[in-house]
Design a protein around this ligand. Sequence first.
Ligand code: GDP
Length: 698
Amino acid sequence: MEPDSHLSSTRNIGIMAHIDAGKTTTSERILFYTKKSYKMGEVHDGDTVMDWMVQEQERGITITAAVTSCVWKDHRINLIDTPGHVDFTVEVERSLRVLDGAVLVLDSVSGVEPQTETVWRQAEKYKVPRICFANKMDRVGSSFQFCIDTLKSRLHANPLEMQIPIGMEENFYGVVDLFEMKAYTWKDADRGEKFDVTEIPDSLKKLAQEKRQKLIEGIAENDDALLEKFMGDGDFTNEELKKSLRASVLQNKILPVYCGSAFKNKGIQPLLDAIMDFLPSPLDIPTTTGKDPEDESKEIEIKNTSDQHTVAFAFKLATDPFAGSLTFVRVYSGILKVGSQLYNPRTQKKERIQKLVKLHANSREEVPEIAAGDLGAVVGLKFTVTGDTLCETSHPVILESIVFAEPVISTVVEAKNSAEHERMLQGLEKLVREDPSSRLKTDPDTGQYLLSGMGELHLEILVDRLLREHKVQANVGKPQVAYREAITSAAEAKVTYEREIAGDPQYAGVSVKIEPQSYASVFTFASNPKADRVFKPEFLKAIEQGVRDSIEIGPLCGYALLGVKTTLLTVDVRPDQSTEMAFRAAAGNAFREALKKTTAELLEPVFKLEIVCPDDFVGNVVADLNSRRGKILAFNPKPGGGGQAISAEAPLAELFGYATDIRSVSQGRASFSMEFKEYAVVPAKLRNEILKKMGRII
Ligand code: GDP
């Protein structure tokens, strides 16, 4: 047997969806039918197996991307749960990084929804092959055809119908498989474990013939050899068709679409077969590119097989009440073994692998090793965080880290008494370590702790975890918008740093130019002085760090700066006196001096909104948006008189409590989703009010 032959039967997949489409229920059913879950959980009972954290169960949303392993027809499926709420898109991104394939779940009443587009874009970015599951076929108003249409119109995907639904809405009871040309039907009584495979009902026979023909055409269009045959005698085996379809899915040319009702236990087994048949195995991704930590311009090709040096990527930290701290990893190359010692090039520290676990829906299994292509968790790592690479000391390499967006909302947290302070700080640090889309800062003026996150809900959950999981008694302030600052003019400054520290002279001279650039970039450091024996490469890093330290405090109100390009113009170095410390300090001073000569603006986060509401309430919703400095971008009528989808944008500062307010202006009939769009300039009048409040303007 080839060493990695088991990998051809491994699937690392994630389920992606708009919130409420049924991702959690579908995951639950997958675990149930693969027998790793002893009892079926229902989301509305707060009883699901994947949603481990109390908060998730109460809110009925899934936050953590827990990896759960299960087995289907001799195939191991590592299921990586991804959250649907946009506050947590970073969680989706990080899981997409380590997935090989994904299932896109749609609510077949709504078809493609705003967050479906968001997760689709993310999957495109990482070129993840996908199949689609049109869920909730039992609901009134569901339509498989509508799903197919919106996949085309909103995602520009190339969907292929793999099935025909049998029965409609509450009478939906099965699917016709267009490969096998058989009917798969489920009865309500037995939790969907058993299903009947029978002849296609007479009423659907003609349609099934037509749809099968369309399916074959769709597959052949992307396969020249098959197309030639199609033009000839047109006779294919299902095996040939499946092989060709698999190749097209792997190249993201075709999206096979299935349907069912997870809640009513129908259609999950064919979906599992499709995962096996069409989504990639780790062997379909033969190499990964890393970088040399010593010289990041050098690329290193990593072969994704077990006979290579070990390379693993940490994509998630979590605290398990029993096992302690878990670092979820994907092993890209070699074998991660208990007892081995690995190197983290970012921290330049070694970590001993003491315990490895694989997580199933409701149990942990200790394993001696995790091989290339597989996922699991390491227990008790100390210096490794999300985005880090673990490798062999003799063969250092770094995989591209995960870029997290800047948090847009923050809140003050203060311990109720001094005895609680230490525990609160420990809890906060742990939370922020586990969740890289959160931040912890100390307010330089008040010494209070500021916890920041990606949205109101994200922040609420962080605070909830602090109070409950870490059992801290704390006072928590109202959420505040995380403003930023940007410079609007360019300036230069030259600074010399000269000091004696512990009897040693320290010297560095630096001149920099700062200028505005797009707010989308946090900071760019452009410079290339010739490094030589006197001006060492470390000095350049120290200069960059000095500038980085200083962008944290803007000139208007002390909010962090966005969109500053810094160019190092000159350096002045003395052979025995210049140190990294001196350069870091000089660069920071030079940056701050230049900042004094510029003008600046206050920036605020602006969110994109998509609101779906019945026609009767459009007027109310628009009036409410206008009162929130909102801008209406488009009205898109929903098919079949289903109201309007309103695209709009508004500043986050005006959107606190929007979930409650929109309910009251629409009698609970409107639904919405929002997503961070960009930072934009705060209008002058409002800026002056904010500055006044902060005591910065008289
Ligand atoms: P997620 O937010 O995508 O994880 O969605 P959930 O799995 O939490 O489901 C959202 C709601 O839809 C829950 O109340 C589920 O019980 C319900 N639901 C899920 N699948 C189906 C389905 O197939 N049919 C119906 N009628 N309801 C469903």
